[in-house]
Design a protein around this ligand. Structure first.
Ligand code: FE2
Length: 429
């Protein structure tokens, strides 16, 4: 007997290449995926790509859309100038400032098919103004965004001696993850001990860890070793994510090969930020200028789950970005040489399913039983989705269409040429 559905998407192409597929939705979940499904309220995908939504597993929501608000810009393009600008601006932001920028960010994000975000939130301020504002935003947007909050001592765990209590207090607000920035501690030794202290708090509180790690061009930066060690010692394993790892680009090849084996054995995940990493790193080089990208193909080859993330949009660190994870995968494919067909298909996974895996979003995915959270893109494959990077025609959350964007179809005034054309699949004829 055929199931009845609340909604059916017909004639969809899936990221794995299957075409002519139907996706039946019932009670907000994917009830069936099969060829030829029909039913009331059918949405004809017209052979276009339907996939799980985009997921940003590393972002800074507290700083987003703040660039230039104090009339200053990051002229050097360095991490250090970004931190100095942020330290100058942050004390002036009010509770409502944080909420207002976050709301505007999510309006844009949802229009780009971005439906889950893990954000680091600076908890340097003992009054936790940003943390309290974004805890409220998490509840406010829960119907359309899965927001994970990371307690992030941006100016260092040891910037004051009450930070451990602050982290616990932040977790009590509903934060999900413990973060840190060991490369910003005053000595390498303090960096190492901050990782231990922060991982111990996460283990005690039963939450995940997402540590900014080795975010520099120093080939001898070794914080990742401590993070791997603590993930194993405390039994945290895949509840731990190492973010950035830009120094891995500059490490000695023998050391890096051994390190990748250790990372894989520990079960921890890696989140890289291709646009921001190549923008901020290599700033102290003449030529050749290093790219500051972790060794992603080698990490994935060893079995490590890797997410590609945005990190920043219009903040003191990065003057570009538009909440489009397709852009992030596009840049990653270039800088990581993932431009063969398998590499491009993988890059799409890195901003959808792999990023969801890092965030432990078990209900995300294009599988029966998962939430009916889907995007319909004006492209005929995940490869073409990265090449054209269109805003989704339809964004569906729990089976309901929550955003639609009219497709960009150019109108020509040229003799002998069509008056209009659909860019999706146009090169194939
Ligand atoms: Fe970051």
């Amino acid at each position: 007997m055929r199931m009845t559905f609340d909604t059916v998407i017909t004639n969809a192409t899936l990221p794995d290449g299957r075409t002519g597929m139907g996706i039946g939705v019932q009670n907000g979940k994917i009830a069936e995926i099969a060829p030829g499904l029909t039913g009331k309220g059918a949405i004809d995908a017209g052979g276009r790509l339907v996939s799980a939504p985009f997921v940003d597993c590393h972002f800074h929501l507290d700083a987003t859309l703040s660039l230039g608000l104090n009339g200053k810009y990051n002229e050097s393009g360095t991490l250090a100038e970004g931190i100095a600008l942020w330290a100058e601006m942050a004390p002036d932001f009010t509770f409502d400032d944080y909420k207002d920028r976050a709301r505007r960010y999510f309006d844009i994000a949802i229009s780009q098919g971005l439906m889950a975000v893990r954000t680091h939130v600076d908890v340097t301020d003992p009054n936790l103004v940003a943390a309290k504002a974004l805890a409220e935003i998490k509840a406010e947007v829960a119907d359309y965004i899965d927001l994970q909050l990371v307690a992030f001592p941006q100016m260092g765990f040891y910037c004051r001696d009450t930070m451990a209590d602050t982290i616990r207090e932040t977790l009590d607000l509903g934060f999900d993850v413990v973060g840190g920035a060991p490369h910003l501690e005053r000595t390498a030794e303090l960096g190492r001990s901050s990782i231990t202290a922060l991982c111990e708090i996460a283990a005690e509180q039963g939450v995940m860890v997402d540590m900014h790690c080795d975010e520099n061009d120093d080939p001898n930066s070794r914080q990742i070793e401590t993070l791997v060690y603590e993930a194993e010692r405390l039994g945290l394993h895949d509840k731990v994510t190492a973010s950035h790892l830009t120094s891995m680009h500059s490490m000695d090849n023998f050391y890096a090969a051994r390190l990748i084996t250790k990372i894989a054995a520990s079960g921890i995940n890696v989140a890289v930020n291709p646009a921001v990493n190549i923008h901020l790193q290599g700033r102290y080089d003449s030529y050749p200028k290093r790219r500051g990208m972790a060794r992603v193909p080698e990490l994935m080859e060893a079995g490590v789950t890797v997410g590609f993330a945005q990190d920043c949009v219009l903040d003191p660190w990065y003057p570009l970005g538009r909440c489009a994870l397709g852009d992030v995968a596009f840049i990653a494919a270039h800088v990581l040489h993932m431009t063969n067909p398998a590499g491009l298909a993988q890059a799409y996974e890195n901003v959808t399913t792999s990023a969801a895996e890092i965030m432990k979003l078990d209900h995300f995915g294009l599988k029966t039983g998962c939430s009916a959270d889907l995007v319909l893109l004006d492209a005929t494959s995940s490869w073409e989705a990265l090449r054209l990077r269109p805003a989704p025609r339809i964004v569906m959350r729990r089976g309901k269409v929550i955003c639609e964007t009219a497709p960009a179809h150019p109108h020509l005034s040229l003799p002998g040429r069509p008056a209009s054309f659909d860019p999706a699949g146009y090169f194939q004829g």
